[in-house]
Design a protein around this ligand. Structure first.
Ligand code: FES
Ligand code: FE2
Length: 274
């Protein structure tokens, strides 16, 4: 038998444990891992907690990034995903809360149901304050997971619809759909064509069409405001010019294969797939 008393403790266990947050989420483990590696969503989906993020490194192992909160405090955060142990560990390497570690373990209890246990380790907290600090962390994580669950649920819905695809729609509707007279069209309007949803809106007096879901990771573009022809996705902040489809925030992403709006002489509008 090896003498375990001589082994060094895990780094996390060397820092005082201040509390635990536990919750069952209606989400698959796959979506959880995807969300964990997705550093880009922090200042958008969690806008009340993060003002900005600058990624230094990212991969299937996790990511390391500088974040700023709304009071201007910076923190260098590193997240490491360990799928073998179904866990990820977040460490504050520098800046605010330096030394703090958050260990999350995920236990799938059904295909789309996962029990998560989040342990908070924070250095330099006196023993009689640990419970209070732990409750603050738990409250923060409650909010973060509320926001993440909304995002992950919506993304799962979009992925399920993509798999279901065009089933159930008459063939002709998949190629074209009449929108009626332009004068009667209430804008913006959402129209389904070929199993996908599109927003029809007006920019400087001209009609434009763009997808209701974002080409990046299926974020809800239809729920974002359209300002001067630019729509900004609420999940990762990619901005698109709906007149050209171009991404105006620099990411390699584009609104493409958009249907055409055809207006006949009598003012009837039809949306036609390309
Ligand atoms: S889903 Fe990522 S920017 Fe839209
Ligand atoms: Fe998140």
């Amino acid at each position: 038998m090896p003498d375990h008393s001589t082994l060094a403790p895990f780094p996390g266990s060397a820092i005082p444990h201040v509390g635990t947050y536990r919750r069952v989420l209606p989400i698959s483990l796959e979506r959880m891992y995807e969300n964990t590696l997705d550093w880009e969503h922090l200042p958008h989906v969690h806008a009340s907690s993060f003002a900005s993020i600058r990624c230094e490194q990212a991969g299937t192992w996790g990511w390391r990034a500088w974040t700023t909160d709304h009071r201007g405090f910076d923190a260098l955060i590193e997240l490491r995903l360990d799928k073998t142990c179904r866990r990820w560990i977040t460490r504050n390497l520098a800046g605010r809360n330096k030394g703090a570690e958050i260990w999350t373990h995920a236990f799938p209890i059904a295909e789309r149901r996962v029990d998560i246990v989040v342990d908070f380790f924070v250095p330099d907290v006196p023993e009689d304050s640990r419970e209070k600090v732990g409750l603050v962390y738990a409250g923060l994580y409650e909010t973060l997971y509320d926001e993440d669950v909304a995002m992950m649920t919506e993304r799962q819905k979009q992925l399920d619809q993509r798999v279901g695809g065009r089933n159930g729609y008459p063939r002709e509707e998949q190629q074209r759909i009449s929108l009626g007279p332009r004068a009667a069209l209430r804008l913006p309007s959402i129209t389904r064509l070929g199993g996908r949803e599109y927003v029809v809106a007006e920019v400087s007096g001209a009609l434009v069409v763009y997808p209701a879901v974002c080409p990046h990771q299926s974020g809800p573009l239809a729920r974002a405001e359209l300002n001067d022809g630019i729509v900004v996705c609420p999940w990762h902040g990619y901005g698109f010019d709906v007149r050209t489809g171009d991404c105006v925030t620099g990411q390699a992403c584009k609104l493409s294969n958009l249907p055409r709006l055809v207006e006949t002489g009598d003012g009837e509008l039809t949306l036609v797939r390309r």
